[in-house]
Design a protein around this ligand. Structure first.
Ligand SMILES: NC(=O)c1ccc[n+]([C@@H]2O[C@H](COP(=O)([O-])OP(=O)(O)OC[C@H]3O[C@@H](n4cnc5c(N)ncnc54)[C@H](OP(=O)(O)O)[C@@H]3O)[C@@H](O)[C@H]2O)c1
Length: 281
């Protein structure tokens, strides 16, 4: 299998363009086998979180898979009021000395200390070498603007939900992140086939799949990648699907601009958000 391409973060570090996520289907579950499966299928970018409550099992999976640490890009996210304590706890559970990326999971998760102080702690943790890069998740333009007023380090990444049924809403955020050198990481790419299936995009999606010879899922992953130029976080419990989901990032030719635009146009009549309703405010 060819290697997964990487892109550069604003801080100069590199990140593989597709990640395997430990949320949704793995949430709160023993993820030992899932970790071994994802790594055996070639995934080297792993997306965990304090909220997913499965770090100990992921640590066991990392141990069992025996992939050299330097080959793995490991991210985790903080959802509690104390980013320092949360990272120390995660590192202990994962049996890692540092993570590659530490994200504030949502701007709404820090009502006591405030986002600005939470970010300052992330900056300190980066200085101390406990996380190599730092970033945010589910931040709107206004949240990023507020953060950038006090931040010494610009977030390397903003991770948020994106698929065609959210593009109308999130196009300005995509544009803002690109203009400000914040790499976009997205989740929920497959939503038009899963939580929001049987929608107005179906005909176009199947038409583009037929034109390209790839599956509707691969078309959605490729669309997301081309629209953002960033990292796509996905997941599956099945080896065959994990293989299918790598293809758009390794060997699938680009969608044409006409196909990208057709997907946007034929999704406009539907708005669907699976996570973090504050993103619509
Ligand atoms: N930062 C955040 O706030 C946040 C929020 C949500 C998620 N995430 C991250 O993103 C990761 C991905 O989650 P997601 O919810 O965005 O998942 P997704 O990539 O939209 O979809 C993955 C799910 O779709 C199913 N699937 C895959 N291919 C399919 C196909 N062709 N047809 C129908 N179903 C298919 C998989 O089930 P099978 O196992 O059956 O293949 C899997 O459960 C999470 O694990 C998490 O790491 C982050």
């Amino acid at each position: 299998m060819s290697a997964i391409p990487q892109i550069s973060l604003g801080d100069g570090r590199k990140i593989p363009v597709v990640a395997y996520g430990f949320g949704t289907a793995n949430l709160g579950k023993d993820s030992t086998d899932a970790t071994v499966l994802a790594l055996s299928q070639g995934y080297r970018n792993l997306d965990g979180a304090e909220y997913y409550a499965n770090d100990v099992s992921i640590g066991l999976g990392l141990e069992r898979a025996k992939i050299p640490r330097e080959e793995i890009f490991y991210s985790t996210k903080c959802c509690s009021q104390d980013p320092r304590a949360a990272l120390h706890k995660a590192l202990k559970a994962l049996k890692l000395e540092c993570v590659d990326l530490y994200l504030l999971h949502s701007p709404l998760f820090f009502p006591d200390i405030g986002v600005s102080r939470a970010w300052e702690i992330c900056e300190e943790l980066q200085q101390e070498g406990l996380c190599k890069s730092i970033g945010v998740s589910n931040f709107r333009i206004k949240d990023l603007q507020a953060l950038l007023k006090t931040a010494k380090v610009k977030p390397a990444i903003n991770q948020f939900e994106l698929h065609p049924y959210l593009y109308k809403q999130e196009a300005p955020l995509v544009d803002y992140c690109k203009r400000n050198g914040i790499i976009i990481a997205t989740f929920g790419s497959l939503t038009p086939l899963t939580a929001a299936k049987d929608g107005p995009l179906d005909d176009t999606l199947h038409k583009v799949a037929g034109e390209t010879g790839y599956t509707p899922g691969q078309v959605l992953l490729k669309w997301t990648f081309q629209v953002t130029g960033g990292v796509v976080v996905t997941t599956s419990a099945k080896a065959a699907r994990l293989q299918e989901q790598l293809v758009p990032f390794i060997s699938m030719p680009d969608l044409t601009q006409y196909q990208i635009d057709a997907i946007v146009q034929n999704s406009r009549s539907r708005h669907y958000r699976g996570f973090f309703p504050h993103m619509d405010e």
